[in-house]
Design a protein around this ligand. Sequence first.
Ligand code: ZN
Length: 64
Amino acid sequence: MRCKDCQSGYHAPYDRFERLGLRPDGPSFLMKCRQCGALWSEAPKGATLIHRADARLLYPDARL
Ligand SMILES: [Zn+2]
């Protein structure tokens, strides 16, 4: 279950996120919400919620 903040999108307060991984080619970052564990892929054009399986594919080095 997503927390209220994640339900309304990727927005401040950003200190609720922990950075788990990065892709230099994006650049994009794998961010995890400390409140609900939701995984977000943050890129310059915006952030999207992603599933754990996709996070593993996109960020093989991340500790999930
Ligand atoms: Zn959340």
